[in-house]
Design a protein around this ligand. Structure first.
Ligand code: ACO
Length: 429
């Protein structure tokens, strides 16, 4: 018997099966042969929320949740945060290797030259209600881009995929900034190709009447680091949405709209906004113990705490905590920081959180920085979506080029009624 196999004995029939173990996993389809009778469909696995199911093979991002390790294409997140830039990291995530200087220059130019959006997208923006959530506007306008670039349907054309990638990454900042300007009733500010990626976003968001907007270098850099930290996170909810929708071979704009919609939820990218609401609701340090007590009693969650994969300090949260000091030196300290630090201190000592391995995640401190930089709360998930676009595209490309992948279609365990005859309405009780 080969050593890299798993032997299964079906106690219902007494039959024995041997299935191969490859990369620490068995293939779910190898279980289908396990049947109690000829008309049995075969054994399936039941795994709501994919708690222990690998749906793909990937070479992009590695996470060891127990050790608190995150690497993009092999490079540790803290080294990238310290030495790289967001656009360089996006290139790495998308194409597998760090670019040469010439490749980086070309990539940078291509992205920056695709930041401008069609004037009709601007008109579409105008149609939203004044208090529309910018994330809803982003989801809708990214989806609308597919109608402007019908060539995006040719998903197996490498050159066209490259073009959609420049467009998507370039236009994310413009759509985000325009959504913000619409919400405050300010005229849209157009991209400035002389600026960096994050400098350009700050320009389009905050430019007033000055002829040339000059971003504060510390804030521009801090935003760039935050973008590096958010660029990819392997098979999370939104990446899974990107892959699942992308598996139907729809264009990447439609798939990104689906991924962004998944990110919008409060259990995912909406959590950073929720953290600030929570800190504001707590209001002062002396009310922290009472809030923790309620969270432990199941009356609401400690937002920004806990993670499906990390059962240790989220490595991104470590970098963000250090970054916060640099930003607060420029902007002044966010008064909610004291509450956050106290919340973290108590939670990390409390048996409830220790036992469940609940640590601060990336969202716990990012919102405090964004708020100090002048971003309104409802822009937080948008600021998450912008850099994650590179991760989504990389995940999508990996999916569509993987010969083993087919349209995503999970199974179900049907527990409903067996067949029964239709009851006319007059006979129903
Ligand atoms: N506050 C209080 N208790 C919590 C929290 C929390 N933030 N998170 C988990 N728990 C408890 C649960 O009640 C559960 O307790 P029980 O075993 O007594 O029932 C236990 O810890 C396990 O929690 P699950 O919900 O099963 O863990 P899961 O892996 O499904 O959820 C999640 C992970 C969604 C991130 C969760 O921890 C959570 O809701 N956190 C708050 C929201 C948040 O910060 N989300 C951002 C995630 S990071 C990101 O998306 C970028």
């Amino acid at each position: 018997m080969a050593s890299n196999t798993l032997t299964i004995i079906d106690n219902r029939t007494g039959k024995k099966y041997e299935v191969p173990v490859e990369n620490g996993a068995i293939r779910a389809m190898d279980l289908r042969q396990i049947k109690v009778g000829d008309d049995d469909f075969g054994l399936m696995t039941y795994d709501p929320a994919f708690m222990n199911t690998a749906a793909c093979k990937s070479k992009i991002t590695f996470i060891d949740g127990d050790k608190g390790i995150l690497r993009y294409r092999g490079y540790p997140i803290d080294q990238l945060a310290e030495q790289s830039t967001y656009l360089e990291t996006a290139y790495l995530i998308l194409y597998g290797e760090l670019p040469t200087q010439a490749q980086l220059n070309e990539w940078h130019d291509n992205v920056i030259h695709h930041t401008i959006i069609h004037e009709n997208i601007k008109k579409l923006m105008d149609g939203f209600h004044h208090d529309a959530h910018p994330m809803g506007m982003l989801v809708s306008t990214v989806a609308a881009l597919s109608t402007f670039y019908p060539d995006a349907k040719n998903i197996f054309d490498e050159e066209l995929r490259r073009k959609q990638t420049w467009r998507l990454i370039g236009k994310m900042i413009t759509l985000a900034a325009f959504a913000y300007r619409h919400s405050i009733g300010m005229p849209y500010a157009y991209p400035d190709n002389d600026l960096s990626y994050t400098g350009n976003l700050l320009n389009m968001m905050f430019k007033m009447t000055e002829v040339k907007y000059r971003p504060h270098p510390v804030l521009e850099k801090a935003l760039d680091v935050l973008f590096i930290l958010h660029a990819d996170h392997e098979q999370n909810c939104s990446a899974n949405a990107m892959r699942s929708v992308g598996s139907s071979h729809v264009d990447p704009y439609s798939a990104i709209a689906a991924a962004a919609a998944a990110l919008y939820g409060p259990l995912h990218g909406g959590a950073n906004e929720e953290v600030l609401h929570m800190l504001q609701q707590i209001g002062s340090i002396d009310r922290v113990p009472e809030f923790i007590k309620k969270a432990k009693a199941g009356e609401g969650r400690l937002m920004g705490f806990g993670h499906r994969v990390y059962k240790n300090y989220d490595p991104r949260a470590k970098v963000i905590k250090r970054l916060a000091d640099q930003v607060f030196e420029v902007t002044g300290v966010n008064p909610l920081l004291k509450i956050a630090l106290e919340l973290e201190r108590i939670a990390l000592e409390d048996e409830y959180f220790v036992k469940r391995k609940l640590y601060p995640n990336v969202d716990f401190y990012s919102g405090l920085i964004y708020q100090a930089m002048g971003f309104p709360l409802d822009m937080f998930p948008v600021l998450f979506a912008i850099p994650r676009a590179s991760g989504w595209i990389a995940q999508w490309e990996e999916l569509i080029l993987d010969p083993e992948q087919r349209i995503a279609r999970p199974r179900q365990l049907f527990l409903g009624h067996a067949e029964r005859p239709y009851v006319p309405i007059v006979k129903r009780k």
